[in-house]
Design a protein around this ligand. Structure first.
Ligand SMILES: Cc1ncc(COP(=O)(O)O)c(C=O)c1O
Length: 409
């Protein structure tokens, strides 16, 4: 068989697709039908969403769990429950999805973007510490692509400086740190169950905590400002409605049942793929901290030194890999480069007049470099057999062999 890369007209290395996502079965259909016929479509008349939240919290090693609308609202509820509001500052990493920062804006506070670690892509604890001011109330740590941030350093920093640590675990279902789930280390752990995530109901979120008082406050916010156990139309605070439906609960209970086995397969394949990629000149996987036993792998991320690939643009490398039949995702842009933050357009939602000045114009060299030098693969490929997963490395090697021709096509 010719070694010609598919992007140059050759036969793709892979002709069979990887497993599709999401995965469901007859049990899901039955649970959905039961919800339909019972008429208990919201959590006031059913217990599927609540049961899911409790079981999910247990999976991640936390005492309490709330099922919510999505992983943006879970962050908002966490911030509100921690008392973050007007004029406060929250430190947010520069390499994440926009929601990690816009949730901060939603509660009236200012997101202060800081740089990340070059190898793990996660928030740099030293950069976070350097950004603390007298207005700082919390640090949001994102476990990017399922790889845990340095929780030892972040927990110690937050304890020392009297800050809340909110773990944004939207990518990290199942990730463990020192043997305990992420999300259970900070004041809150926030998870997304949106369509592309490792556990999904199309949309959805879960907020977990070990703190009884924070648990109660988050519940109040998510339940129209009610207080637990009081009259339905007693509203103690200005909350919102962030409740998950029973439809979502029904689907997520099925996802949860399948999760441990899927997690085991994804984690083992991610480790093997990382090792195989190290054999390709110019490639190395996102660094996995040895204190993290297993990773949720929302995406599989690897670094590329493009000088080993005839300096082809990142988008060309991604297109060449996709042409070989590898399902791709894409890196986020560095958050400081988003128009929303560059233009200060987020600031009018804030009352504090100098909010836009907190970090506007600051560059985040590491995050900016990563946006142009990391390749993100869709997690569904990690559910295939090991040999099929290793096709990623074979495809990368083929691209490497023909890098000059691809770069000049
Ligand atoms: C890191 C991160 N935080 C928060 C969210 C928001 O989750 P959702 O889409 O469920 O609102 C996402 C979603 O992609 C995410 O990737």
């Amino acid at each position: 068989m010719s070694d010609r890369p598919a992007i140059l007209g050759g036969v793709p290395l892979r002709t069979r697709d990887y497993p599709s996502w999401p995965i469901w079965d007859e049990g899901d259909r039955q649970r959905i039908t039961t919800v339909l016929e019972s008429g208990g479509w919201w959590d006031g008349d059913g217990d599927l969403a609540r049961t899911f939240a409790t079981r999910f919290a247990d999976l991640q090693g936390a005492r309490h769990g709330h099922a919510m609308t999505n992983g943006t609202h879970t962050l908002e509820a966490a911030l509100w429950a921690c008392g973050v509001g007007d004029g406060d500052e929250v430190i947010v990493p520069g390499m994440t999805f926009v929601a990690s920062a816009t949730a901060v804006v939603a509660v009236g506070a200012v997101p202060v973007l800081v740089d990340v670690e070059a190898e793990s892509l996660n928030i740099d604890p030293a950069a976070a510490e350097a950004a603390i001011t007298e207005r700082t109330r919390a640090i949001i740590a994102v476990h990017v692509a399922g790889v845990a941030a340095d929780l030892d350093a972040l927990v110690a920093l937050c304890q020392r400086r009297g800050l809340h640590l909110i773990e944004d675990c939207a990518h990290a279902h199942g990730t463990t740190w020192h043997g305990r789930g992420v999300g259970s280390w900070g004041s809150f752990g926030s998870f997304s169950m949106q369509h592309g995530k490792l556990m999904t109901a199309g949309e959805g979120g879960a907020l977990i905590t070990n703190d009884e008082a924070l648990h109660e406050r988050a519940w109040m916010y998510a339940n129209c400002g009610r207080e637990p156990g009081r009259w339905f139309y007693h509203h103690a605070v200005a909350g919102s409605n962030l409740r998950m439906t029973e439809w979502q609960g029904a689907i997520l209970l099925g996802q949860l049942e399948r999760f441990p086995e899927q997690h085991r397969i994804r984690n083992a394949n991610a480790i093997d793929l990382g090792e195989a990629l190290l054999e390709v000149p110019g490639l190395r996987p996102q660094r996995r901290d040895p204190r993290m036993e297993s990773s949720g792998s929302y995406c599989f991320v690897f670094h590329i030194d493009r000088s080993e690939f005839a300096n082809m643009p990142l988008r060309t490398f991604e297109a060449a890999l996709a042409a070989e039949g590898i399902p791709m995702s894409v890196s986020y842009p560095a958050m400081n480069t988003l128009e929303l933050f560059r233009s200060g357009a987020f600031a009018p939602r804030l009352r504090q007049p100098d909010a836009r000045l907190a970090w506007a114009g600051r560059s985040l060299p590491v995050a900016e470099h990563l946006a142009d030098s990391t390749v993100w693969l869709a997690h569904r490929l990690l559910l295939a057999d090991r040999e099929e997963v290793l096709d990623v490395a074979r495809a990368a090697r083929r691209i490497h062999r023909h890098a000059r021709a691809i770069a000049t096509m």
